[in-house]
Design a protein around this ligand. Structure first.
Ligand code: ADP
Ligand code: UVW
Ligand code: MG
Length: 453
């Protein structure tokens, strides 16, 4: 049931619970009288403020909050916060700040959009009811770093923002068009069907935003585009987009497989875990999540105690790159200790797995690739990683403009060109925005804005 008062004010709060972060943006509808008539705009909503809490899994968390003044953005306030230890306390900290720092009446927030990583067989946004909440809760075991976090924020929203309607937007929706044989595993198909064991794919809200942003940037309809998009953050994945639709992606049944992440192993031989520990099948006693999640020791180790954190001790890939450069000479000379060499191991291993997917997807797309796109915290910020990947892709005739690559941070806009080859292959960076993707979808959905709904 939409609160009519709030609906008329047209504020949308978008909440993105990532594995290591909570990103929150507040928007106002640009056209309050006729919200659904702005479908052609990339951003039919106006950003009012943005807040981000990072390092939730490696405290102290870092909190930023900035009011967007006519789009230009005011200097962000950034501070470490010791009281933040999970997504619930991160959201509570944000609400406190909102009260103190912004002259916004919470009761004007009509809708809260929640990024939910695993939607199972939900393909469309779902208003949160007892039933949909339970459905998402049941899927928590398949996205142990994510769905529980999103649910805990939903609970907090229902308490703190009783006038607002909570709506779940799913990462998995974008990947619905993946062909059956690509989404299937080579296992007993009766069991696969019964238990829903297939590739779902994730980072879908990000890929949807990127597709639209690149389409606007290149002035070409999304359905004419073939892209290889890398979303590289604490969770990292690659997606092959064929004629505007997801054709394949590197994550699978859960967000664990594919590329390694900050604390995730990525794809390993499934037998590995039984050699790693003989307690693999036992239930984990980890109770750090605010919502009960049932995972085995195997899942806990591969999701939370692996990745570059396990190799180097840090979840920050920026640190990995910095330390790798510091130790480069010794590594090249063969005189580096294991401790000095570990940074390069983490970097090279990540890069190697990216090659696997980018190379495979280039082949699947028959070489007809309009652009490769870097996004996510690492893809958007690591000059070195982009340089390494595109250098290897020279054999596929991709070319990087070194100066443009080094000055991405100085460029405005969602998409930045960093190279184009003679035969038209583009290299792009896209500042992805999952919160905007949800707010946009929400603003365009007539039923969320009619007084009768
Ligand atoms: N300058 C940088 N170079 C490389 N990696 C960076 C840099 N700055 C941030 N990162 C990485 O970006 C990651 C966060 O990415 P993001 O997509 O925002 O995370 P999440 O997966 O939680 O949504 C951090 O884990 C950090 O490793
Ligand atoms: C699906 C996933 O891994 O998301 P994130 O990168 O936000 O943790
Ligand atoms: Mg993320």
């Amino acid at each position: 049931m939409v609160n009519t008062q709030a609906s008329r004010k047209g504020l949308i709060l978008s909440v993105n619970a990532g594995s290591s972060s909570l990103k929150i943006s507040l928007y106002r509808l640009k056209s309050q009288t006729a919200p659904p008539d702005v479908s052609s705009e990339l951003e039919p909503v106006e950003l009012l403020l943005v807040s981000s809490i990072s390092n939730i899994s490696a405290p102290p968390a870092s909190f930023t909050f900035s009011l967007a003044a006519h789009g230009s953005g005011r200097e962000a306030k950034k501070e470490p916060v010791n009281s933040i230890h999970d997504h619930t306390s991160a959201f509570a900290h944000f609400l406190d700040y909102l009260k103190k720092e912004a002259s916004i009446d919470r009761s004007e927030i009509a809708h809260v959009c929640h990024r939910v990583v695993h939607g199972g067989d939900y393909f469309h946004p779902e208003v949160i009811t007892k039933e949909s909440y339970k459905h998402i809760e049941r899927l928590s075991d398949l996205a142990p770093l994510h769905n529980g976090a999103a649910l805990s924020v939903m609970k907090a929203c229902i308490d703190a923002l009783p006038n607002s309607q909570s709506i779940a937007y799913f990462d998995t929706s974008f990947h619905r068009p993946i062909p059956h044989h690509i989404a299937s595993y080579a296992i007993d198909q009766t069991i696969a069907k019964k238990r829903g064991l297939k590739k779902y794919g994730f980072h879908g809200l990000s890929y949807a935003y990127i597709l639209r942003a690149v389409s606007t940037h290149l002035k070409r309809g999304p359905n004419t585009l073939n892209l290889i998009v890398m979303h590289l953050g604490s969770g990292a994945s690659v997606c092959a987009i064929k004629e505007g639709k997801s054709m394949d992606t590197s994550m699978g049944l859960t967000p664990l497989t594919g590329l390694p992440g900050a604390t995730r192993s990525g794809g390993v031989d499934p037998s590995l875990i039984f050699h790693y520990t003989n307690l693999a099948g036992r239930m984990s006693h980890d109770r750090s999540a605010a919502v009960d999640i049932h995972v085995t020791r195997a899942e806990e180790i591969l999701n939370k105690q692996s990745g570059w954190k396990a190799i180097t001790g840090t979840t920050d890939f920026g640190e990995v790159v910095k330390n790798m450069k510091t130790n480069q000479e010794k590594v090249d000379a063969g005189t580096a200790s294991e401790d000095e060499a570990k940074w390069k191991l983490a970097y090279d291993l990540f890069v190697d797995r990216i090659y696997d997917f980018v190379g495979g997807y280039y082949l699947k797309l028959g070489g007809r690739v309009n652009a490769i796109v870097f996004s996510g915290g690492i893809g958007e910020r690591s000059v070195e990683l982009r340089q390494t990947i595109v250098a290897q892709m020279a054999c596929l005739s991709f070319k990087l403009d070194g100066e443009k690559n080094a000055s991405v941070d100085k460029e405005d806009g969602a998409v930045v060109d960093i190279g184009v080859s003679d035969d038209g292959h583009q290299v792009l960076v896209c500042r992805t925005d999952e919160q905007m993707e949800m707010a946009r979808e929400c603003s365009l959905e007539k039923k969320f804005w009619s007084d009768e709904s």
